[in-house]
Design a protein around this ligand. Structure first.
Ligand code: MN
Ligand code: MN
Length: 314
């Protein structure tokens, strides 16, 4: 509180920059890359604008009273290295960055980037252990096999690849908010066939955020779970700054409500992706994204804290 929130260099949540992952329990990372985008680009610019808007975040969650910086050492770990003109090289670089972080014992909370960045993150943090559960907020299932004549790596395919690579357990995946016109009527058949639970937006509105969040908790259970939040899951009135908007989504308040309901789960990382600042120069979508990062942080920090104390007791 020496410098007001609008002052100084804008880091995530006004946290110190810490390049050494061994000094962090939770590393907040930007991934300034949108090479997996199939339509409107711009998510490469999100980490910088989300840092700027995240300076509006204060220290304590107003409902849970969780104070993440008292539970864990949290810092801005900078941006993952990317190659803006080479997709596979970017995936390799991003994975390497997260592998170092994971090996040092830090848990990542990331700002994309388009949704393909979740794949190298999962490769880094899940390859050695059992497949993770996944709570996935999105207007899209992101389980397409390929795009445009066989391209296997786009922001529409990360969770298909992640299931194939056994990074996530399809029976412990729930996708919330899915909607929008499709390329083909059988587009989501594969997801259903492997056991992924898709909560289309119509069902979400019929049952409400409480019931859907309760089902999410049941599906992922007590095992390690990752949280991935695509801002296009929100209605574009709340988040117009995104590459593939779909009308008729859930609200920011409903999203906050659902993330808060994940408290107590064994969360091992999270991300907020697909903020595209060029489509919302007001910065509001980036503010929404930064706020969702804080919401995730306030359920992630207690999980990290619990794991550390469990280990200490052993
Ligand atoms: Mn997505
Ligand atoms: Mn999406």
């Amino acid at each position: 509180m020496v410098v007001p929130r609008f002052g100084e260099v804008a880091t995530f949540m006004r946290l110190p920059i810490e390049r050494d992952p061994a000094k962090l329990d939770i590393a907040i990372v930007g991934v300034p890359w949108d090479g997996g985008t199939t339509n409107r680009p711009g998510a490469r610019h999100a980490p910088r604008q989300m840092r700027e808007m995240s300076t509006l975040m204060r220290r304590v969650h107003h409902v849970s009273l969780v104070s993440p910086y008292e539970l864990c050492r949290v810092g801005d770990h900078g941006d993952a290295p990317v190659n803006p003109i080479d997709l596979q090289d970017s995936l390799t670089r991003i994975e390497g960055f997260y592998r170092r972080l994971h090996a040092a014992g830090a848990v990542p909370l990331s700002a994309g980037g388009d949704h393909l960045v979740t794949l190298p993150i999962l490769r880094a943090i899940a390859a050695a252990g059992p497949p993770l559960g996944l709570v996935h907020f999105d207007a899209h299932s992101d389980t397409s096999d390929s795009y445009f004549g066989g391209e296997k790596y786009t922001h529409g395919t990360p969770f298909r690849r992640a299931v194939e690579e056994r990074l996530i357990d399809p029976k412990r995946i729930i996708q919330i908010g899915v909607r929008g016109s499709m390329y083909a009527a059988d587009e989501k058949e594969w997801a259903a066939s492997v056991g992924i639970r898709i909560v289309h937006i119509e069902e979400f509105f019929r049952r409400g955020a409480d019931a859907v969040a309760a089902e999410a908790r049941e599906i992922v259970g007590a095992g390690p779970t990752y949280v991935s939040f695509d801002v296009d899951g929100l209605d574009p009135v709340y988040a117009p700054g995104t590459g593939t908007p779909e009308v008729g989504g859930f609200s920011t308040a409903e999203a906050q409500h659902m993330i808060r309901a994940l408290a107590g789960l064994d969360i091992v990382g999270g991300d907020v992706v697909e903020v595209s600042p060029p489509f919302d120069p007001s910065g509001n979508t980036a503010l929404v994204g930064a706020t969702m990062m804080f919401e995730i942080l306030c359920v992630l920090a207690p999980a990290v804290h619990r794991r550390r104390h469990r280990l200490q007791r052993l």
